[in-house]
Design a protein around this ligand. Structure first.
Ligand SMILES: Nc1nc2c(ncn2[C@@H]2O[C@H](COP(=O)(O)OP(=O)(O)O)[C@@H](O)[C@H]2O)c(=O)[nH]1
Ligand SMILES: [Mg+2]
Length: 267
């Protein structure tokens, strides 16, 4: 470590300022979180739980259509303590009962002091205005700041076959673009057909490092509570718990092909 000499401090010229900026940039680039806390979001059945398993490298989350509660799991991944909170998600084609919304929001407080990133899992396929609106409705339950900590994770990417993810995004149009713009075009293509040792998990965790460096920390659930109006308990009169026979979100007409490795993008 170079010591600061009196000459350097007294100077205050452009060179010193440049050096200071370079040091900050280097420190930012070198951030490697020893502990990573993630919350997985999305509608039901796009592959949230499987994405959680891919990240943890173990079958920690059950793949169930009628999940009702958030589940937290922790393990060491590449010398980091990684926590994943899997959430039940929302219904793609019907209203989400208030109880489920509250459970969704609870997910963020399950990994104190707060998640570094929310992984919004979107299956590659047809993406409609309804999908966009439902993402907006449910992600916004965490407050506007949640977008600063959100990374879109594309699942079912093997259906793309020879189409690049960039082309897919362009082709899907403004609804999907809207979601990507909300999270500063942070996205990652995960291959859930690959289980175990694979560089994709390290790359995803590096994305989280970068997000934390860029956005200056993690998402704090309590700050968002202040930002939002308190939930009116009286609104929640419909106490009956509806049957959770959620159907899978229909994927696009793109046919499922042999699994291919989809490299995460360098952006
Ligand atoms: N081929 C393929 N199947 C997937 C992918 N992601 C999830 N699945 C399957 O889709 C179904 C739903 O996955 P799950 O993780 O339980 O969805 P969740 O409801 O969002 O948690 C399961 O049968 C998974 O095996 C993927 O990327 N590719
Ligand atoms: Mg699940």
């Amino acid at each position: 470590m170079a010591e600061k000499t009196p000459r350097q401090t007294a100077g205050g010229d452009g060179a010193e300022e440049e050096a200071r900026k370079a040091a900050i940039a280097a420190a930012k680039a070198a951030i490697r979180l020893p502990e990573v806390r993630l919350v997985v979001l999305g509608w039901r059945w796009p592959g949230k739980s499987l994405t959680g398993n891919t990240i943890l490298g173990r079958e920690e989350f059950r793949l169930e259509r009628a999940a009702e509660f958030c589940v937290k799991r922790q393990t060491e991944v590449q010398e980091r303590q990684v926590t994943v909170v899997d959430t039940p998600g929302w219904f793609s084609a019907q209203d989400t009962p208030e109880e489920y919304k509250q459970e969704l929001v609870r997910g963020a407080s399950l990994c104190p002091p707060g998640p570094h990133a929310f992984l919004l899992v979107i299956p590659v396929g047809m993406f409609t205005e309804v999908d966009r609106a439902r993402i907006e409705e449910h992600v916004s339950l965490f407050g506007e700041r949640v977008w600063k900590h959100t990374i879109v994770v594309f699942s079912w990417a093997e259906v793309l076959r020879n189409i690049s993810i960039e082309r897919y995004i362009r082709r899907e149009g403004k609804e999907l673009q809207w979601v990507l713009e909300k999270c500063k075009r942070r996205y990652f293509v995960i291959n859930n057909c690959i289980f175990g040792e694979h560089p994709q998990v390290a790359r995803l965790l590096e994305r989280v490092d970068k997000l934390v460096a860029d956005e200056g920390g993690f998402y704090k659930p309590e700050e968002v509570e202040k930002e939002k109006k308190p939930v009116d308990e009286n609104q929640n009169s419909a106490k009956e718990v509806r049957e959770l026979g959620a159907r899978p979100k229909q994927n696009s007409g793109l046919s499922l092909s042999k699994a291919m490795e989809v490299e995460p993008l360098a952006n």
